[in-house]
Ligand binder design. Structure first.
Ligand SMILES: [Mn+2]
Length: 240
């Protein structure tokens, strides 16, 4: 299991309003945590699961401070700081902690996702425009129909993909009284992509899984090269 993350600021900016935090653990070991540095225009990271057959646990966060530049980078840093300390919180509690930390800033979109130790399920809580796609090459697998999951038809690609709904609102400004987390089935080998709105809506992880090298690091680079806009900060995190 591998997680790769890439983030870069809008061209000309020296600070990044987008950011990520990743945590990964093998078996009962403590989680290894890496984060982006909003005070830099670019950050990248790869976390590798040192497999011994034990169960793994993963946590992913993508934050997108409204707009770009130093004010946006300040929000990203506050959210990442809180998540670095509390990534073990239940998702709704963590989202509220991020909201509280970002009060008095211009606010942010946020996506947080967790695969609990040994669980064959991924949980996601999003606020605003951070999207997630969970993709499997096992075309026979179907998610049970439930609210908050949008299945993309596997049809011609032979790969099925789930997108999970996000809450409306802006972290640090206004979030719903009841934040909803959604979950879908996850199995080792599935590809998870989480990204800010710097990645265009044309991006469909299925296409890249079918046509490309399905390594998390290569996928993240490919997504950045093919789908990043040049009008905003961009972040993409890929787990496989
Ligand atoms: Mn953005």
């Amino acid at each position: 299991l591998k997680i790769a993350a890439l983030t870069r600021a809008l061209g000309g900016e020296t600070e990044n309003g987008d950011g990520y935090l990743l945590a990964l653990a093998n078996g009962e070991r403590p989680m290894t945590v890496v984060r982006s540095e909003p005070e830099r225009a670019e950050s990248r990271a790869v976390l590798d699961f040192e497999g011994d057959g034990g169960s793994h646990a993963a946590f992913l966060l993508v934050v997108d401070g409204i707009g770009h530049g130093p004010e946006a980078a300040l929000v990203a840093r506050k959210v990442i700081d809180i998540a670095e300390r509390h990534h073990d919180y239940e998702l709704e509690r963590l989202a509220r902690a991020c909201h509280d930390a970002a009060l008095d800033t211009r606010g942010a979109a946020l996506g947080i996702a967790r695969i609990a130790r040994g669980a064959e399920e991924l949980q996601f809580l999003g606020v605003g425009n951070v999207a997630i796609q969970v993709c499997t090459t096992d075309a026979k697998r179907r998610s049970p129909k439930s609210s908050g999951i949008f299945s993309l038809n596997p049809a011609e690609l032979g790969v099925s993909c789930r997108q999970l709904a996000a809450n409306s609102g802006i972290v640090g400004y206004r979030i719903p009284t009841h934040l909803r987390a959604f979950s879908c089935d996850y199995h080792l080998g599935d590809v998870v992509a989480m990204y800010s709105d710097g990645i265009t809506r044309k991006f469909d992880v299925r296409t890249e899984v079918v046509s490309g090298e399905p390594d998390a690091e290569v996928l993240a680079k490919t997504v950045m090269a093919r789908y990043a806009t040049h009008t905003d900060d961009v972040t993409v995190v890929v787990l496989k």
